[in-house]
Ligand binder design. Structure first.
Ligand SMILES: Cc1ncc(COP(=O)(O)O)c(C=O)c1O
Length: 258
């Protein structure tokens, strides 16, 4: 692994065309990557190549361009699956971003499986993309929300699991890495605790996928959402890396979502 002294910042900057400009007379320093990252020239070149050479409807045409576009689309699904350690490319569902992926789970699996008396366990460190879909599902289904709190260091109060996690809990939805605190939550442990009471675990990996190695099988999660546009990919729905992961436990959702 490269040490800090071997890390060539200038060479890395050269990979990002947008950074080759000055703002207010100074080289551009972009500090909002957690919201959306800049794109390296490899991504920009790939997109341009796609539009110049084989832009066509995916999975809907029986002519050469459409078959090539479909092949590229499915190859991207395979790459995302390997990137996340998923057991199969069939577990990857492309969406527009993490918010849409979480909403997809709330409207499909959530709508079919939650009812009055059921509980959804969140944490108080969630981004609103991992709160609002569950508030709306609770309104539609009659389920109730619980929240794990945090200690003075910004770590999850795991001791609260003893009282807030019960057999009525159908879903635990938690950020892998907090966008506010930077806290990295113990997902494998949360998965084990959730599964022990029969609940599923959804991971909001919008901040962890761009910053950490993420292996969905090692984490043991049932759903995982991230945004390709925060990890050097493009925004939008075609050929991007926005994905919801769904493990074997929820293959029905995967099938329903395709
Ligand atoms: C932790 C977390 N979850 C979800 C999101 C929403 O991501 P998107 O707007 O790409 O759906 C963000 C965006 O900043 C985030 O930081």
């Amino acid at each position: 692994m490269a040490t800090l002294s071997q890390f060539d910042v200038l060479a890395l900057r050269r990979e990002f065309p947008i950074l080759q400009q000055e703002v207010h007379g100074k080289p551009l320093a972009f500090l909002d990557s957690a919201a959306s990252s800049q794109k390296p020239r490899q991504v920009i070149d790939c997109l341009e190549d796609y539009y110049r050479r084989f832009n066509a409807n995916v999975h809907r045409g029986v002519y050469k361009l459409s078959e090539e576009a479909t092949f590229a689309y499915e190859r991207a699904r395979g790459k995302v699956a390997r990137f996340l350690g998923a057991a199969s490319p069939r577990e990857i569902v492309f969406t527009r971003n993490a918010t849409e992926a979480i909403n997809l789970v709330a409207y499909s699996w959530g709508g079919a499986n939650l009812g009055p008396g059921d509980r959804i366990l969140l944490t108080i460190m969630e981004h609103h993309s991992n709160i609002v879909p569950w508030q709306m599902l609770a309104q539609r289904s009659g389920a109730q929300l619980d929240y794990l709190s945090i200690d003075s260091q910004g770590r999850l109060a795991l001791e609260e699991l003893d009282t807030k996690l019960s057999e009525r809990t159908k879903l635990v939805a938690v950020a892998h890495q907090s966008n506010v605190l930077g806290t990295i939550n113990p997902i494998a442990e949360l998965a084990q605790r959730a599964h022990a009471v029969g609940a599923l675990l959804l991971v909001d990996a919008a901040q962890s996928v761009p910053h950490l190695p993420v292996d969905v099988q090692a984490l043991g999660c049932d759903f995982l959402a991230f945004s390709g546009h925060k990890a050097c990919g493009r925004p939008g729905s075609v050929g991007c890396g926005h994905a919801a992961h769904c493990s074997k436990r929820c293959r029905l959702f995967s099938a329903a979502a395709r």
